[in-house]
Design a protein around this ligand. Sequence first.
Ligand SMILES: Nc1ncnc2c1ncn2[C@@H]1O[C@H](COP(=O)(O)OP(=O)(O)O)[C@@H](O)[C@H]1O
Ligand SMILES: [Mg+2]
Length: 234
Amino acid sequence: MEFVRTGIDGVDGLFSKNGYPSGNAVLVLGGPGSGKSIFGMQYLYKGATIYGEPGIYVTLEETPQKIERNMAAFGWDISRLTDEGKILIIDATTPRIQEADSDVVRSGLGMDNLIRNLKDMISKSGAKRVVIDSLSLMAFQSSDDFDMRTKLIRLSVSLSEMDVTTLVLSEARSNEIGTTVFPPETFLFDGVIWMMLDTNSQERRLAIRKMRGTKHVLGSYRFTIDDEGIKMKA
Ligand SMILES: Nc1ncnc2c1ncn2[C@@H]1O[C@H](COP(=O)(O)OP(=O)(O)O)[C@@H](O)[C@H]1O
Ligand SMILES: [Mg+2]
């Protein structure tokens, strides 16, 4: 089995093999501002710059321009990496899914379209890492829970066929690590990482709640976001 290094300071050490199994689709759950988007982009940035692995960022929330601007605060030149083909941003913020700089435009924002686009982009770019930001927004396009589940199953099965390691970011229903009933989508994924900002202690914490194929630490661990991005506290 191969193991993926996120490259995020202190995160890989939470797993006994210093990373988690390649090919896993991992759900990253957290409240607003908990650091999910930064975590996702840091995973792609480190993949592209340290490990030579191209990545794809599917954004349903913020425009690519805004993402690039926000990530520049950490010294990450995302637009250079997109120019070099090392990071592709699929803009799904508009009602059309389109590759950032090509004229391949397909109408619709549905799950099938997203999967088709992803497959295309992965085979063209040789991407090994994928981030979907976020599942919560995709959920709004479902008419009911059954429809949502069916779509999610299609997504998780397709991802497992695509030879990529994926982070799917999603809004958590509560800020409390471990005390909440897990949202139904968690069982569809190979792993669950929980991020939170404790409003009493003003501390950020991260916990690995599930990861198929590897042993990992239990409990939640402190992290910070500073001008180099996310870092686990020693
Ligand atoms: N340059 C920065 N330096 C330090 N902290 C930052 C910086 N940029 C953003 N943050 C922190 O990260 C939070 C946003 O993280 P983000 O990944 O967008 O959250 P989420 O996607 O979970 O909603 C902000 O609310 C802020 O607390
Ligand atoms: Mg976000």
